[in-house]
Design a protein around this ligand. Sequence first.
Ligand code: SF4
Length: 458
Amino acid sequence: MEIVRSQRKISAGDVAVISTFPLYRTPPVLEVRLDDFELFAIDRLRVLKGISDGLSRGKKPDEIERLVNDLWKSHIRHPQASESETINKDIISHFVLRLVYCRTEELRKWFLSMETTLFRYRFKLEGFESQRAILAEFNLPYKAVSNAEYKSVEEKLTQVARSLGQSVTRSDDIFYKVPFEEVPELVAGRKVYVHKGHAYVAMNQVVSLVVTQFRSNLSKALILTNRKWTSMISDKEKNRLTPIVEALSTSYLGPDYSEAKGFGEISLKDLDRVANSSFPLCMRHLFDKLKEDHHLKHGGRMQLGLFLKGVGLPLDDALTFWKSEFSKKVGPDKFDKEYAYGIRHNYGKEGKRVDYTPYSCQKIITSAPGVGDHHGCPYRHFSEDNLRAALNKMGVSSRAMSDVMDKVRNKHFQLACTLTFEAIHGSSCDAGINHPNQYFSDSQKILQSKVLLNNPSA
Ligand code: SF4
């Protein structure tokens, strides 16, 4: 895959499209614009992150199947795009993300798992003939059972199907003869008929074999890509692709929260009330610590300060707020000399005059607070006891708490935050929490709609 700066758009003429369901064996031989390199990868990342959220929320297989279909249609298969453009986008985005996610064990594990899930459900959504073609492309040495042989074992196959609560339907009429030792789980689970050393594996069970093969190929490919990346590509591309690749694995894909959206400004007098009702735990903790210690270290000032800007606290109110707290510890003069600049800087009024963006969950979760710091994500950085105490204070019931702690143990920190949001607001948050300012804005919407419901003339 060659990356160019040309303005040429990829079209069907640029590359011979071989299959509508690529197995990603070799990188495509085509030119890719630098913009597309990044944009295609972000779109695929939206699909993989959507799947990851769905899985960690415990969605059932049929729900994941619908989710994969919807995510694919929204982010990869745009209605205006031709078939070949969609296929090219599929292939390019996969190979770009290989570069992004080959670089550490943890990244490889996540990518492998999400790509395999995507493959499994896309495969299931394919038509029967296409599934057979993919099976053939994998070169798996399994033969379809002939009609005559099928007739001779039909009764046994029907018995197995019935014992599994299925009926042998027409589309399941194709069976493959597989050496029984290659399908130990199916044999152990009595899910197949075994005769003379061969298991008769139904087409829907063959999916597992194809997926295993896909996973194994991709796992090896990621190790090889990592070697190439560290030995050659990252240095050679240090001024062009490397910064894009490095940023993609922690990129935040949601809306921009640098300005308050949908609920106007929040003034100083509202701050205590909204902190109590609508701040996520990370910001509530910083807010409480600031009130308690009358001081926050740099990381905490940045995390809370930008969040407050994003919820709509005007600069003058922000200065008054920070000064009233810090003055109790360092005095008003020291505040004016050493700390006021940083606050004006966050609002783009000093230095390069950049309007800084509030931190996303991804950025906060991957931060590394040191001793005396209070920033970071409590679901990731608190001890279990401290987290339980904090959730208790927020009013999370013991039943919801156990679900939250379960997600924390499995390192699904944003999902733990989502469950906390749902428990406190009594309302679902299907999109999940991806940004502290999204937590705030969703919370305000729910609270305002409750006020309207109780008092329609408000
Ligand atoms: Fe804050 Fe995000 Fe952690 Fe929730 S998941 S506490 S919003 S960083």
